[in-house]
Design a binder for this molecule. Structure first.
Ligand code: ADP
Ligand code: ADP
Length: 243
């Protein structure tokens, strides 16, 4: 099955920056893809277009056959639910517990947990809390469930973010520079976690990285971007030959 298809995708930011120039690509259901390129190449714009944090200027971007470039309202929320995403800066709610942060992944996207004074834990039935706990188990940090998010190391916080994305039961998993703020050991753990999710759940994973060594070790397929264009698409062996 085809998970993602970009057709002549372009993004021009309001200041005139062309972040994506006519990008076309296809990602299948069973792929683990690493997108590499220097800072400013357009990797983040490509990933953020998929959950519509960014709206492309022209072209098509299909997620399991549905063009997401023009969806709005309720349909847009559904699209975002299908896409699990993690970021360089984890984006956890610092003063909430780890388990509550994972439960955020179970909230409807229009609900803001911070607007309610009540504990998030009490707003979820037991089955939901167990589901969230299970997501923590999958990333190997269930023993930290009741710690405050901001008491954790960077690598642990990133795994909480992965668990939160898993709690959405996504159909595709995106990671935008997930290891850029982490030490080498935590980076390895996070990449292994992403790989395991891919293998166990059989869902496609796209990871933006600027470390070529990690890209070569983890990417079965590598997409290379430069100045908004897709300039390479192949296995890591092909990449060695080009380099
Ligand atoms: P990468 O993820 O590869 O570092 P980005 O997609 O973040 O690349 O950025 C691509 C280009 O678009 C860069 O030149 C960047 O400065 C520019 N850019 C990113 N976001 C914006 C924005 N909101 N407004 C204007 N330019 C932006
Ligand atoms: P990332 O960590 O994803 O690369 P950046 O640190 O480059 O993000 O950018 C942080 C924010 O600033 C993002 O929302 C991005 O869209 C925006 N941004 C990046 N480059 C520019 C730019 N040249 N002009 C305006 N906004 C930008």
């Amino acid at each position: 099955r085809e998970a993602i298809r970009a057709t002549n995708l372009c993004k021009v930011y309001p200041n005139g920056t062309e972040a994506l120039k006519d990008v076309s690509l296809t990602v299948r259901d069973n792929e683990f893809v690493v997108v590499i390129g220097l800072s400013g190449a357009g990797k983040s714009t490509l990933l953020r277009s998929l959950n519509r944090l960014i709206r492309p200027t022209s072209g098509e971007l299909a997620l399991f056959g549905e063009d997401v470039t023009r969806v709005n309202g309720r349909r847009l929320k559904q699209v975002r639910r299908r896409v699990g995403m993690i970021f360089q800066q984890f984006n956890l709610v610092r003063r909430l517990s780890v388990l509550e942060n994972v439960l955020v992944g179970r909230l409807r996207f229009n609900a803001s947990p911070l607007r309610h004074g009540m504990s998030l834990l009490r707003r979820f039935p037991k089955a939901e809390r167990e589901f969230a706990f299970d997501c923590l188990k999958q990333v190997g940090i269930e023993d930290l469930a009741f710690r405050r998010a901001d008491a954790l190391s960077g690598g642990q916080q990133q795994r909480v973010a992965i668990a939160r994305a898993l709690a959405q039961e996504p159909e595709v998993f995106l990671a935008d520079e997930p290891i850029a703020s982490l030490d080498p050991r935590s980076s390895e753990l996070v990449m292994q976690t992403l790989k395991r999710i891919h293998e166990e759940r059989g869902i496609p994973v796209l990871v933006n990285l600027h470390h070529i060594d990690f890209a070569q070790r983890y990417g079965k397929r590598i997409l290379g971007m430069a100045k908004g264009e897709l300039i390479f698409d192949g296995g890591c062996r092909d990449l060695n030959e080009e380099a």
